[in-house]
Design a protein around this ligand. Structure first.
Ligand code: FE2
Ligand code: FE2
Length: 288
């Protein structure tokens, strides 16, 4: 089903995996690089399955069932059921493809807990008590209004196996529809909050954006070790390949639309919130 692999085939675009251009990784030779790229594909597919299961499906089901204060029209509740079906399918097909790639490549699956899960738990523990109940909805809105570089770039990349391109294309088409839906949910949601809740929640938004978009350093380190680097080498590769400034720039780029939507509903009118977005480097693309 994955088709034969031509010589130039890659399982993930190397340009989206800065670690593979590092000299220590290049010294591992083509087999080491291939191993890391296959692991990166696993990480993406695993992240997708986990994101849908942990962060998206519970929220879309609860929107479908009207368990919120958003006063959504009946048609929007029906749409939430359709989105739930889409998201369950994304989780299933990502999980499925992972098994197929593992069978085809022989690269062992090495899956830990995706870092966003621990990070969300940390945010929840630190959040003001009356924000905890809405954390899941906000994170879902953030993740559903972002279009990651992976969703936009991979379907066009002919070096990838066709099954990978088609999976990401299908997902990307669905997410285009969900994007419009969650933009509208954001507007309902923001207006359902009290002024105090908006002020408290606003400064958490940049952290939620980073939780979704920041590379999973622990997972990348795991694949570097498995490819043959020592612990010290893996640490050096991570530090040099993912400098904070370039991570922030790519997060800012990928989140531009989401940040604009939050600005449109008035979230950034609050000085504390605006300051948090500035500090995180997320306001560069906004005309404020
Ligand atoms: Fe999805
Ligand atoms: Fe979605």
């Amino acid at each position: 089903m994955l088709g034969r692999a031509p010589e130039e085939q890659v399982y993930f675009p190397p340009e989206l995996v800065p670690a593979v251009s590092h000299p220590l990784v290049r010294e591992l030779g083509p087999e080491g690089v291939r191993h890391i790229l296959v692991q990166r594909l696993y990480q993406y597919l695993h992240f997708t399955t986990e994101l849908e299961s942990v962060a998206v499906l519970p929220v879309t089901l609860s929107l479908s069932r009207g368990q919120d204060d958003l006063r959504l029209a009946p048609a929007m509740r029906q749409d939430a059921f359709k989105i739930t079906t889409d998201e369950a399918w994304h989780a299933q097909f990502s999980h499925d493809l992972m098994a197929q790639v593992a069978a085809e490549t022989g690269v062992p699956l090495q899956l830990g807990e995706s870092s966003f899960i621990r990070r969300l738990e940390g945010i929840r523990a630190d959040m003001e008590a009356d924000l905890r109940a809405i954390q899941s909805l906000v994170f879902c809105i953030v993740s559903e209004t972002l279009i990651s570089a992976i969703l936009s770039d991979l379907p066009q990349d002919r070096r990838l196996p066709r099954a990978v391109r088609e999976l990401v294309r299908d997902h990307s088409e669905d997410e285009g529809k969900h994007h419009a839906y969650f933009r509208s949910v954001l507007s309902h949601f923001w207006h359902s909050l009290s002024a105090g809740q908006r002020r408290q929640l606003g400064p958490w938004l940049p952290e939620l954006v980073f939780t979704f978009l920041e590379p999973d350093y622990r997972a990348i380190a795991g694949s570097l070790l498995a490819a043959g680097l020592t612990g010290a080498q893996a640490e050096a590769v991570l530090a040099e390949s993912y400098p904070a400034a370039s991570v922030r720039a790519s997060v800012a780029e990928a989140s531009r639309t989401t940040v604009r939507y939050f600005a449109e509903v008035g979230a950034l009118d609050d000085p504390g919130t605006l300051e948090a977005f500035h500090a995180a480097g997320l306001t560069a693309g906004l005309a404020l």
